[in-house]
Design a protein. Structure first.
Length: 553
């Protein structure tokens, strides 16, 4: 359980300190990155968040500022592989919907300037707020840096930009930072800005690794695939693969997972084909390590194993089943220690291995949504004991066995993810809430909503379509989200469309079938509009899942 001091001790002191100095204490900038002083200061700032959350958050008319840093602070090799990486910073533009609170201010920082058409696209959806009113409370700042370095790193390299962020916060405004994920770099930025972060302390990031996840699942008593964690040497790997095969002789395949890999990009599948002579099993495994199939394209087994041993990893049994699904549960632990089951999704997986994230449907199947929500609650309770704060998701693998679903917990993602922004858009647009007991999204008048979402629509035919073109097409074909009907399509990653033919879609309908129909129709319209064709029959969603899956960022 998180324990926080009272407001009079921390929150009022910090606010008074900021008012007195006209910003945040300038001494913060002298703390060395990763130093004892910086870490202590960060923990002090985090402790101040509880009274802020208790006293300010519930009041929609309370003045406050949210600094949004949508940085993908991930492994550099991972970032290098993602086309249009800077445009992924647009995914948190859904948080501009917080401007529906008339005294809330937002500072949104990006690597490069966001097209004003895209900003207007979000602001015009605000209920009861004019675009002009919202725009006066929105500050957009840019690093003017197109490199693939994480945004937070770019900001830290620009002390004048850090100062500009500070000066953009009214001296009497309580403020905090919202991030995509939090690492030591975000900790340094938080200290230099003198602001708490609504997210997990970097000291706890090991809980979100593959090995850390398995240990949490063990504590919570949640079923997991048979396997071993914390593997850092070839000797350990050979021993674990041998032991796994001996314990489960029928096992056909094992999965190797790098601790910090995601969306299947850090996975490899090792086949046991021909491993029948147990007296020489270890030698056989060593001789056949090169036969493993690497999920990430362009990576050979030598490179994979070097990374695997460097970062550590796990080995698990590959779970077979005629009918399998990949649901996930999104959770949140707030600064007061309260646990919320925010949503459930069925992930759409693709690629040659079926382990790459393509998109998701919401909510997860009614056959098990409530059940995996209860399992996630037990896991979240263990996370709370460890001191975790903010959003995280839990991935499951579910197998239908004799008319019953069996669920295995797979991993914990200590960050926002590919299912975060679609759900936030639905919630902001409709005012509804996910009911963890029923596994349904419920609105006023007992109405329900569903969506089909993807970050991975990619088509060469759509290259050259500008943000202006996209919005014009959506309006002319009546697929844009309609407040009256409470259904339609919302786009994200809009900036990546023209150069990379890449786009994100959230298709909201009053039934799962309607949501998929909207996706199919939208894809057909985009494909045919660019080629100057007339729309005929919609193309099924599956037709656009043949491309390699991209990371579920």
């Amino acid at each position: 359980m998180l324990i926080f001091p009272q407001r009079s001790i921390v929150s009022d002191f910090l606010l008074a300190e900021r008012i007195e100095t006209g910003g945040v204490p300038t001494s913060n900038s002298f703390y060395g990155p990763g130093s004892v002083e910086e870490i202590a200061r960060f923990k002090q700032l985090q402790q101040s968040f509880a009274p802020l959350f208790r006293d300010v958050f519930p009041d929609k008319l309370a003045p406050k500022t949210i600094v949004i840093i949508p940085s993908l602070t991930l492994d550099p090799e991972t970032l290098y592989k993602i086309d249009g990486i800077n445009y992924y910073e647009e995914r948190l533009l859904c948080l501009l919907m917080l401007l529906r609170m008339p005294k809330t201010h937002i500072i949104y920082v990006t690597s490069v300037n966001v097209d004003p058409v895209i900003i207007d696209y979000y602001l015009h959806l605000l209920p009861g707020i004019t675009g002009y009113h919202a725009r006066q409370r929105l500050t957009l700042l840019s690093c003017s840096d197109i490199s693939r370095k994480p945004l937070t790193e770019k900001i830290l390299e620009r002390p004048l930009l850090v100062d500009r962020i500070k000066k953009s916060i009214a001296s009497d405004h309580p403020a905090h930072i919202a991030c995509f994920n939090i690492t030591d770099k975000e900790r340094t930025l938080a200290v230099r800005l003198g602001l708490p972060v609504y997210g997990c302390d970097p000291d706890l990031l090991h809980l979100g690794t593959k090995s850390g996840s398995r240990m949490i699942f063990h504590k919570a008593g949640i079923p997991i695939p048979p396997g071993f964690e914390n593997i850092t040497t070839e000797e350990q790997l050979l021993d674990c693969l041998m032991e796994l095969k001996k314990i489960y002789p029928p096992l056909r395949r094992a999965v190797l997972k790098i601790n910090d890999g995601f969306s299947g990009e850090g996975n490899a599948i090792f086949p046991f084909n021909g491993a029948s002579n147990y007296s020489h099993l270890r030698s056989w495994i060593k001789d056949h390590l090169h036969c493993m199939r690497i999920i990430a394209p362009g990576i050979d087994h030598t490179t994979f194993l070097k990374k695997y041993f460097q970062l550590g990893g796990i080995v698990e049994a590959f779970i077979d089943g005629a009918i399998k699904t990949s649901p996930s549960v999104q959770c949140r632990i707030n600064p007061l220690g309260d646990i919320d089951i925010i949503s459930t999704h069925d992930q759409i997986m693709g690629g040659e291995s079926g382990q790459a994230f393509i998109g998701c449907t919401f909510p997860a199947s009614s056959a098990y949504a409530a059940e995996i929500g209860r399992m996630a609650k037990r896991i979240a309770m263990e996370m709370r004991q460890e001191g975790v704060l903010g959003r995280f998701s839990i991935d499951f693998l579910s197998v239908l066995e004799k008319d019953r679903w069996k669920h295995y917990a797979i991993e914990i993602n200590l960050r926002k993810g590919g299912t975060t922004h679609p759900f936030l858009m639905l919630q902001f647009l409709t005012g509804g809430m996910y009911n963890a007991n029923t596994g349904q999204f419920e609105m006023a008048g007992k109405k329900r909503r569903y969506y089909y979402a993807s970050d991975n629509f990619i088509s060469d035919n759509c290259k050259g379509l500008t943000p202006h073109d996209l919005i014009d097409i959506a309006i002319c074909h009546d697929i844009h989200y309609n407040h009256t009907k409470e259904e339609g399509v919302m786009f994200h990653l809009i900036g990546a469309l023209s150069q990379f033919g890449k786009l994100g879609l959230v298709c909201i309908g009053d039934s799962p079938e309607r949501a998929k129909e909207l996706y199919s129709r939208t894809v057909s319209i985009l494909e045919n509009e660019r080629q100057g064709k007339t729309i005929t029959n919609p193309i099924p969603p599956s037709a656009f899942h043949n491309h390699p899956g991209l990371p579920a960022l």
